[in-house]
Design a protein around this ligand. Structure first.
Ligand SMILES: [Fe+2]
Ligand SMILES: [Fe+2]
Length: 548
């Protein structure tokens, strides 16, 4: 027999099997009552609804709601296994007759958990829910008042206090796809749909509830897994961002404050019912994406040397070189003083400077050093005549190991001549490069689809509306609303921070004035800035921020 024929025969065989299975299925289905088919349909719908629910609180409530509806139970309790698997925590408590709805969206239940072990380390089989969690068995009790083997004293006490009568009970363990028991569902008082009388949970009802329980367990596990991963991602991002912030003692807290301010602005955008933002509603996923982008906006600073980030003086490298210059001035002065002494001991002064002249030079040197030291602070704009004076001073010479050297090196002249602030062009480029590095780093990370814009939002926080920003020189609409929000938060935080070495913190009024100029210059988003002012976001921020 050829292989083809063999294949044909195998196909025939498998077709026969399928036909037999289909015939059996049709027979089985035809044996189902309409009610059973309806219940299977409902189970499928419940499974779909449970797996689609993102909020854990809603999911927990849905499980009990659906299970009660499905079994026509008056009350239901859902327990979730503790992380160390030693006890069951109350997650949801519902009782229709007593009008009780606790847990889930209503907040945590403060009732003490049920231990899975007794004080002597033996399993707590007396508690029916603990028993189901330990044994993995379903317990179906017609009347808890007659039940043997379990302790229902607590239930009876509860009934006495409330006038309730607990009767039929079904307790089902929630087993996930890894076969771990992650919780217990307890249903109480099944009711006859037509009479409302309490009846026992039927066998059929038990099987269906088991199926529902396993769907609930898988949905819960998935939900927990997603939340755990999200938590891990968020914590990891915050740890990295904080570590980079902490590289410099001066920027510590910057990223956290920018992230907080970003979210405040975003919330105000979302709540705006009129004006340019009335139609913008960022979803929860978009808000999360924005929050993480804000946390990561300066992640590129990981490659920026601290001495550049923290450069407080024009001459600073790893240390402030003004001290070296000071030493040179002192040496020069010493030379002139020596010369003065020689003048007084030597009567023949022809061809050398008089003592008065030398004293004048020493005075000049003091003034020149004072001028350079002040210039080194970078607090003042450096004008042309100041730069000319630096170059004049640099022409002086001093002796090193018998060699004549200029008083200031070319690099010192360049740095002292910085027009504004303390950074020279090269250092400014190094600082600016962090936005590009942010983009490079983040765009390589496989963020989930809903967080896919993080790199774009984070890296564009130094872009300006008029296209003069960096790293890409994006213009107008090319800059997303999210990046514009982070930009405003970043600028306001930086302006008002009091912990930077290169500048004193500006008052709120000064900061707002500077930002007004930025609006006029078309650097930041005018509409967002108007919202920032109208909603007094700056005030709330200044009042709440935890910096000195
Ligand atoms: Fe930045
Ligand atoms: Fe920043």
């Amino acid at each position: 027999m050829s292989e083809d024929q063999g294949g044909y025969n195998r196909t025939l065989t498998s077709n026969n099997q399928i036909n037999r299975l289909l015939t059996k299925l049709v027979q089985d289905v035809s044996e189902f009552t309409e009610n059973q088919l309806d219940q299977i349909k409902r189970l499928t719908q419940i499974g779909t609804a449970l797996s689609a629910e993102k909020s854990l609180d809603h999911l927990l409530e849905m499980i009990v709601d659906h299970a009660r509806k499905f079994t026509n139970a008056d009350a239901g309790t859902l327990y979730i296994m503790s992380d160390d698997e030693t006890e069951l925590n109350f997650a949801i408590v519902q009782n229709d007759l007593l009008k009780v709805r606790m847990g889930g969206t209503g907040g945590e239940i403060s009732w003490p958990p049920i231990p899975l072990k007794n004080a002597d380390d033996s399993p707590n089989y007396a508690n029916v829910s603990a028993y189901a969690a330990i044994s993995g068995e379903t317990v179906n009790i017609p009347d808890v008042y007659d039940a043997k083997g379990f302790n229902f004293e607590g239930t009876k006490k509860f009934d006495k206090g409330t006038g309730y009568r607990s009767k039929s009970m079904m307790v089902v363990p929630l087993r996930n796809h890894e076969n771990d028991i992650i919780g217990v569902l307890q249903l109480l008082n099944a009711q006859d749909p037509s009479t409302g009388d309490v009846i026992i949970f039927s066998q059929e009802c038990q099987e269906m509830t088991l199926s529902l329980a396993s769907q609930a367990a898988v949905a819960l596990s998935n939900n927990r897994l997603i939340h755990d991963l999200q938590n891990l991602l968020e914590s990891f991002i915050k740890t990295i961002a904080t570590a980079i912030d902490e590289k410099s003692p001066y920027t510590g807290g910057h990223v956290r404050r920018v992230a907080e301010l970003t979210m405040t602005i975003a919330q105000k955008v979302n709540h705006a019912n009129e004006g340019p933002f009335a139609s913008i509603k960022l979803s929860d996923d978009q808000l999360q994406e924005l929050r993480l982008a804000a946390w990561l906006h300066d992640v590129g600073k990981i490659t920026t040397p601290e001495h550049v980030v923290d450069k407080a003086r024009k001459l600073e490298t790893v240390h402030d070189r003004i001290n070296e210059i000071r030493a040179r001035f002192e040496l020069l002065k010493k030379e002139y003083r020596l010369e003065m002494q020689k003048n007084t001991s030597n009567q023949d002064n022809s061809g050398v400077k008089t003592s008065e002249e030398l004293a004048e030079i020493i005075k000049q040197l003091d003034e020149e050093y004072k001028f350079l030291a002040e210039l080194n602070n970078g607090s003042e704009f450096t004008r042309d005549e100041m730069i000319a004076r630096i170059n004049e001073i640099a022409k002086r010479t001093w002796l090193v190991d018998g060699q004549t050297m200029p008083l200031l090196s070319a690099d010192e002249i360049t740095n002292l001549s910085i027009r504004r602030g303390t950074l020279n062009d090269e250092e400014r480029n190094i600082i600016n490069n962090h936005a590009l590095v942010t983009h490079k780093m983040l765009s390589q990370l496989p963020f989930p689809k809903k967080l896919r814009h993080i790199a774009e939002y984070a890296a564009a926080h130094h872009e300006k509306i008029d296209g003069t920003g960096y790293p890409m020189g994006l213009k107008g609409d090319q800059i997303s609303l999210q990046s514009r929000i982070i930009a405003i938060a970043d600028i306001f935080e930086a302006l008002t921070a009091k912990d930077r070495p290169y500048k004193v913190g500006k008052t709120m009024a000064e900061a707002l004035k500077i930002m007004e100029f930025m609006v006029k210059d078309n650097h930041i988003d005018a509409e967002l800035y108007a919202l920032f002012i109208k909603e007094k976001i700056y005030e709330d921020y200044m009042n709440s921020k935890s910096v000195p």
